[in-house]
Design a protein around this ligand. Structure first.
Ligand code: FAD
Ligand code: NAP
Length: 555
């Protein structure tokens, strides 16, 4: 029997469960595991034909995590974290996908996951307090709750370039890479874009291709990954410290990553000390470069010192001064677009078979059947095109579902001027609909595993409380939501982040509202806020028992 007492019997044609979970990435898998543990019936629908989400779709050469694997992994099961052996400091995509599959098998999750099935529509039936969820195979499912575990970087964006559809060579998007091996040997390849996906794939494609042309609109700051195999001793040492590492990542760190916390700002050190610290982090490699000082995201003068250091490194590495200059970002502060982590990215431009084309100065005019044509008439002949053009981030996959809440209002209409949520977890007017790592939460500014686990745990605990108290619906109050949205904006405004045309701002999608979407307050602070809200009886949320809902429906 269903763990939550239904108010109305489901329509005969519809399957029914307590919770529909959309997406079988790390968020959807853990959500299913937690809900099952609480005795809820839950069903996951996933459009791909396997688990893993990001790691199922992004199979481009060089794809790997940029948060170290010992931390970019689940912490909810002590056995799991003790038994899984990560082979490298930053595991590559196939290994992370194996891990996702291992988790699905180990916890017996597959029987409640339906693959190759999109959720197209979700309509809240106010009379029954149930969601009616329409699937791509035409089936309908009725559920008390819907959890959108749809991912923040799961809606690959095809660039709007004239002639693209007529290109006769092969076209690949990094975020929707084929499942078969792609061999670029003997081919002239063009990569459009220079974000993280491009920066990881370019060095490898360059080794295979006859010639590689990189079409760059905006250069990126990138720090060496210094990836290396992990030894047994390193893994053991890390595992022994797991309780402290995980606690720190959850409660103390701003970004969910265990690392030393800076005790000073960049301008508090003399130039020589500052350089020494940047150099040490550059040599150590990885995302924590931005944690050398505590004001790099806040103070432009401080930020300039780190940005200048990276620009100098680019000059040192890249032999051709013109190419080095083009690769140096100087139009936005370092870290305000997601910083990249690379293996030999800048050095790749020293190869004789690699050309950098500045499409800011000389934009792509159109794509011909066999070439990219630039505004000045130059034709770059190509056999294959790699689109590393990113995602409609944070809201893109949610927007593709036709979600209708109270009074038939669509979520897309409500979010037309930017996403509005309370705590990034719910949106007013859409009862019993939860988002995991939604806009308004730390989400993409963090080690996503930390943020995913926190949201899943909070939602699971909340559903348990509702069941225990006989509560049927829960929704964000409008005033609480408005206050939260204002707070998210206020915190963002106090930083340098809004200065970049980043996907955090929606700036990569023409016509998308420019709103800073994630919450910059830090995962520790945010967790405390969420815990306090729950401890105060889910303050800011309206929770109603069955009788209230029935009476309201009868009026
Ligand atoms: P996803 O993994 O995106 O899974 C969402 C799933 O929902 C997808 O499988 C999708 O097919 C499915 N879905 C969406 N809409 C529907 C629908 N309507 N119907 C059915 N199914 C649907 N984060 C880090 O913290 N560290 C990293 O090192 C890191 N590296 C990354 C590397 C790449 C290349 C990318 C693109 C992202 C990276 N991220 C990283 C962010 C990454 O997205 C998260 O870490 C995490 O994997 C997200 O898990 P998720 O389950 O929330 O979403
Ligand atoms: P991205 O950061 O959004 O980069 C997209 C690139 O394509 C940018 O250089 C962009 O230029 C360019 N571009 C977009 N549309 C274009 C067009 N029409 N014409 C020319 N150029 C165009 O996307 P991404 O590289 O896929 O990364 C997205 C996020 O995924 C990352 O920020 C990160 O969070 C995650 N990720 C992580 C890793 C990792 O290291 N683990 C790897 C890949 C991705 P502009 O900058 O000028 O818009």
């Amino acid at each position: 029997m269903s763990a939550v007492q239904p108010i109305d019997a489901p329509t005969p044609a519809a399957a029914s469960c307590d919770v529909v979970i959309v997406g079988a990435g790390f968020a959807g898998l853990y959500m299913l595991h937690r809900l099952r543990g609480l005795g809820f019936t839950a069903r996951v629908y996933e459009q791909g034909d396997g688990v893993g989400g990001t790691w199922y779709w992004n199979r481009y050469p060089g794809a790997r995590c940029d948060v170290e694997s010992m931390q970019y992994s689940y912490s909810f099961s002590e056995d799991l974290q003790q038994e899984w052996d990560w082979s490298e400091r930053y595991a590559a995509q196939p290994e992370i996908l194996r891990y996702a599959n291992h988790v699905a098998n180990r916890f017996g999750l597959r029987s409640d996951i339906q693959f190759k099935t999109r959720v197209d529509r979700a309509v809240f039936d106010e009379a029954a307090d149930r969601w009616s969820v329409t699937l791509s195979d035409g089936q309908m499912v009725r559920a008390q709750f819907v959890v959108l575990a749809t991912g923040c970087l799961s809606n690959a964006r095809m660039p709007d370039i004239k002639g693209l559809a007529g290109f006769k060579g092969a076209v690949y998007h990094t975020g929707k890479w084929p499942h078969h091996d792609v061999d670029f040997a003997g081919r002239r390849v063009g990569v459009i874009g220079t974000g993280s996906s491009a920066i990881q794939s370019i060095p490898i494609i360059a080794e295979q291709a006859t010639h590689l042309t990189v079409f760059q609109r905006t250069p990126n700051y990138s720090i060496p990954a210094r990836n290396a195999p992990l030894t047994d001793d390193e893994r053991d040492a890390f595992r022994a410290r797991y309780p402290e590492v995980r606690r720190f990542a959850r409660e103390v760190a701003r970004n969910g990553i265990y690392t030393e916390l800076p005790d000073r700002g960049a301008l508090d050190d003399a130039e020589s000390d500052r350089r020494a610290k940047y150099e040490a982090r550059w040599q150590r490699g990885g995302l924590t470069f931005m944690s050398v000082y505590n004001n790099l995201a806040l103070d432009m003068a401080a930020n300039d010192t780190a940005a200048g250091f990276v620009r100098e490194k680019i000059t040192e590495i890249v032999k051709d001064p013109g190419t080095a200059r083009l690769l140096q970002p100087d139009t936005y502060p370092i870290g305000t677009k997601r910083i990249c982590i690379d293996t030999d990215y800048f050095a790749t431009f020293n190869r004789p078979n690699v050309t950098l084309v500045d499409i800011k100065a000389n934009p792509i005019e159109d794509i011909l059947p066999d070439a990219v044509r630039l505004a000045d008439g130059t034709k770059v002949a190509l056999d294959a095109l790699v689109l590393a053009t990113g995602f409609d981030a944070m809201t893109g996959s949610v927007a593709r579902i036709d979600i209708r809440g109270r009074n038939g209002q669509t979520l897309n209409h409500k979010w037309a001027e930017g996403p509005k949520t309370y705590l990034g977890l719910m949106s007013a007017g859409f009862p019993n609909l939860f988002l995991i790592t939604g806009p308004g939460s730390p989400s993409v500014l963090s080690n996503m595993m930390v943020s995913i686990e926190q949201h899943v745990d909070w939602i699971a605990d909340c559903l348990g409380v509702m069941r225990d108290r006989g509560l049927v619906t829960m929704e964000a109050k409008r005033d609480a939501e408005e206050t939260w949205v204002a707070h998210v904006n206020e915190v963002a405004k106090g930083t340098l982040y809004p200065q970049a045309n980043s996907w955090y701002m929606g700036a990569n999608i023409p016509g998308k509202p420019r709103v800073f979407m994630p919450y910059i307050g830090g995962v520790g602070v945010y967790r405390q806020i969420c815990n306090d809200v729950a401890a105060r009886g889910y303050e800011g949320f309206l929770m109603a028992p069955a009788e209230v809902v029935r009476k309201a429906a009868a009026v």
